[in-house]
Design a protein around this ligand. Structure first.
Ligand code: MF3
Ligand code: CO
Length: 289
């Protein structure tokens, strides 16, 4: 792909190359030659793809807002699944988890010591004191979105509340660490620092992920690590940040009954918040907000 200054840019913006991605390409090539780990070109989104992903994210966001309105003590996780499933279909989308690698439901619902990938069920009833993560992912016109929030049911212990709050802070510290032409691992470093300063641990076995044309794309986004390491972040990258933070240790096991649900080994509480973000020319945009 050799472009001339006055050609239309490869990104489909309709602008001349020199007014669009020419500087980007020069910077990208220079860093690559210097030996930095660069994202492959096919995960850098074009303006049209970004628009499609944002429309998908509108449904994910709307579904979570609806859950926030409807969630209550005594409700089953199956009912939450139905609410999101119906809303998504009504808006023209497809729930991305349904049948994904054999996943049987349209959302993940993970309660208390469940870390992630909890499966909605009519026999799982929300009780006062529970903390629950509801994880919603949508496909619209082939574009993927993914976001999750925590909900607190009835009277929740101070201990659980604090975990939920600190985990949300971890997500935002991770988002603030996103800088165009910065390092991917700065995100994990910021999250780990805040979690551990509060006496918590960061789950190692799952991370955030590139997303857009597929559910899970490159890169794998670590929620722990060292500043100044890892892939270079470039404008047009879209990925999730979704820290799972445990009140106790980070080790976990996967429920042998369903081969999906991850649960803390020591039975301690776990919380998770997730946003999908876009790296922009001058910072970061939360597209699931
Ligand atoms: N939203 C989760 C994630 O990517 C979905 C996992 S796959 C599922 O991070 F099948 F469990 F939904
Ligand atoms: Co995700």
């Amino acid at each position: 792909m050799k472009m001339n200054r006055n050609d239309h840019c490869w990104c489909g913006s309709g602008l001349k190359y020199k007014k669009c991605h020419m500087n980007f390409d020069e910077k990208y090539e220079k860093l690559r030659e210097e030996g930095y780990e660069m994202p492959s070109r096919d995960i850098i989104k074009t303006p049209a793809q970004i628009e499609g992903i944002k429309k998908s994210a509108e449904i994910t966001k709307g579904a979570l807002d609806l859950v926030a309105e409807k969630i209550h003590e005594g409700m089953s996780t199956e009912e939450i699944n139905t609410i999101v499933h119906n809303y998504t279909i009504e808006k023209g989308g497809i729930p991305a988890p349904l049948n994904y690698q054999g996943f049987p439901k349209s959302i993940c619902t993970s309660i208390n010591e469940e870390v992630c990938h909890g499966i909605p069920d009519k026999d799982i009833i929300l009780r006062s004191g529970d903390i629950i993560n509801v994880d919603v992912s949508t496909i619209l016109d082939g574009y993927f979105s993914d976001s999750s929030r925590m909900f607190m049911i009835g009277d929740v212990s101070e201990e659980a509340k604090k975990l939920v709050e600190v985990t949300k802070e971890c997500l935002y510290k991770g988002i603030e660490a996103v800088k165009p032409w910065g390092f991917l691992d700065d995100i994990g470093a910021a999250i780990q620092e805040h979690a551990e300063a509060n006496g918590y641990s960061v789950v190692r076995d799952f991370g955030g992920h590139g997303i857009g044309l597929e559910f899970h794309e490159e890169p794998f986004v670590y929620h722990f690590g060292n500043k100044g390491e890892g892939m270079i972040l470039v404008p047009g990258m879209v990925f999730t940040i979704e820290p799972m933070i445990n009140a106790g240790g980070y080790s976990l096991f996967v429920d042998a009954d369903n081969d999906w649900t991850a649960i803390t080994d020591d039975g301690s509480l776990s919380a998770q918040w997730e946003h999908q973000i876009l790296v922009t020319e001058d910072g970061v945009e939360i597209i699931s907000k």
